[in-house]
Design a protein around this ligand. Structure first.
Ligand code: NIG
Ligand code: FE
Length: 407
């Protein structure tokens, strides 16, 4: 009999998402490739086999009777490295102040920038590690993480170094994005700051990141500034991403298509034309429903329309001090209950399409032979329970790189 290191057997469902090597669109988002009464064999850090009734000799076995197995969640948009918290802003939001009102009063991002500049790197590592531990407990095995609470070269570097140290020491893989263009720091005017990003930050920091992102929004960075910054990033090998059309439509979706960004994120207010351009280029729309939820907006990105238009949709937490959740299960719940995605679409958006949004779908995001053995076992009888039974953590076990995580 063949041998494996770990055999997970008898699962009610194995949600494989097998069979595609491009971002999933339209009806492909509903094709989960579910295997009933399934098993997975793991050797070292890779998936050796997936199927029903696998016969393997294994040192470790897990009986997943009554449970389901999924690819580990991929959180493709986070601002996980920050110092402090902003719970007091809830009072302001309840009084009717908008996100931009709070930012313009010097709160919001600026409050967190001040705290993050003052933190030493060990403190930043300790605070951020707690969030990564929570993510892992809730089933996230890979995340993207952005800089952007530094807004000067030393602190942007400190954040990216923190991310590298945590990527090397924590089970979660963290893929870094340089987001120097998150806001304009008080000590600069906008033209000086764009110049600093292009001529100083990107050349010095590009080795620490895979992606470059810009908060392209009225009152923050214009489409033309975003274009210059993202093109400068591209020259240094950084793949573009954009915070686009979150508060008003500034043409961020069209810019994403024009410069071949890998994803455009938020997209609450994007125009029909912008979305059609994204669909044509296959640019992933990363939707972040916890952000409008935290802002009590009662309005969400139009996921149904985006899926119909042919945009490959991913979903993510946007974890940041304004929108603090580590739970991709909660994001799946919001995606279904508030954005009307089907449970299967939301699961695809939280795994395979999310892996595409960080250019890692050849390694993670589905349970297929040869892929990284990153998976979660959930204590529920079928995948439709994820959006149905909410407000609790359904995770039974997390397996990262083939190793069972002990909490
Ligand atoms: O994606 N919108 C810009 N950046 C974050 C929020 C950051 C913050 O408020 O601290 C976002 O929502
Ligand atoms: Fe964000």
């Amino acid at each position: 009999m063949k041998t494996a290191d770990l055999l997970i057997e008898n699962a009610n469902e194995i949600v494989t998402l097998k069979g595609k090597n491009h971002p999933r669109i339209q009806s492909e988002m509903n094709e989960l490739g579910v295997i009933k009464k399934g098993s997975i064999a793991i050797k070292d850090d890779k998936i050796l086999d997936v199927g029903s009734n696998l016969q393997y000799k294994a040192k470790n076995k897990i009986d997943a009777k009554g449970k389901i197995v999924l690819p580990g969640f991929v959180d493709s948009h986070t601002h996980v490295i920050f110092s402090g918290s902003r719970e007091f802003e809830l009072d302001m939001k309840l009084k009717g102040f908008s996100y931009m009102d709070i930012l313009n009063k010097g709160g919001g991002i600026f409050y967190t920038v001040d705290k993050t500049r003052k933190s030493n790197i060990n403190d930043l590592i300790e605070q951020s590690k707690i969030r990564l531990n929570n993510m892992l407990k809730y089933g996230t095995t890979t995340c993207e993480g952005k800089s952007g609470y530094g807004l000067n070269i030393e602190t942007e570097l400190k954040i990216l170094k923190t991310q590298k140290i945590l990527n090397d020491s924590h089970p979660i893989d963290i893929i870094s994005t340089f987001l120097g263009a998150h806001a304009v720091p008080k000590e600069c005017n906008i033209d000086e700051y764009v110049d600093l990003i292009i001529n100083d930050m990107i050349p010095k920091l590009s080795n620490y990141a895979k992606f470059c992102d810009v908060f392209c929004e009225k009152g923050v960075f214009t489409v033309s500034q975003a274009r210059s910054i993202l093109n400068a990033g591209k020259k240094k090998g950084l793949i573009p991403k954009i915070h686009a059309d979150e508060i008003i439509d500034t043409g961020g979706a069209a810019l994403a298509a024009d410069i071949n960004a890998i994803s455009a994120d938020h997209l609450l207010r994007s125009s029909k034309d912008g979305l059609e351009l994204m669909a044509k280029k296959g640019i992933i729309g990363v939707l972040l429903p916890a952000t409008p939820f935290s802002l009590m907006m009662n309005e969400y990105a139009n996921a149904r329309n985006m899926i119909d238009t042919g945009i490959p949709v991913a979903i993510a937490t946007d974890l940041n001090p304004n929108c603090w959740t580590e739970s991709m299960q909660f994001i799946i719940q919001l995606a279904c209950l508030n954005m009307k995605m089907t449970p299967a679409e939301a699961i695809t958006a939280a795994t395979y399409n999310a892996a595409c949004a960080i250019d890692l779908n050849n390694h993670i995001g589905s349970l297929e032979i040869g892929k990284q053995a990153d998976l979660v076992i959930l204590d529920c009888p079928n995948y439709m329970f994820i959006p149905y039974h909410y407000g609790i953590n359904l995770v039974d076990r997390v397996i990262k790189n083939g190793k069972i995580i002990n909490f």
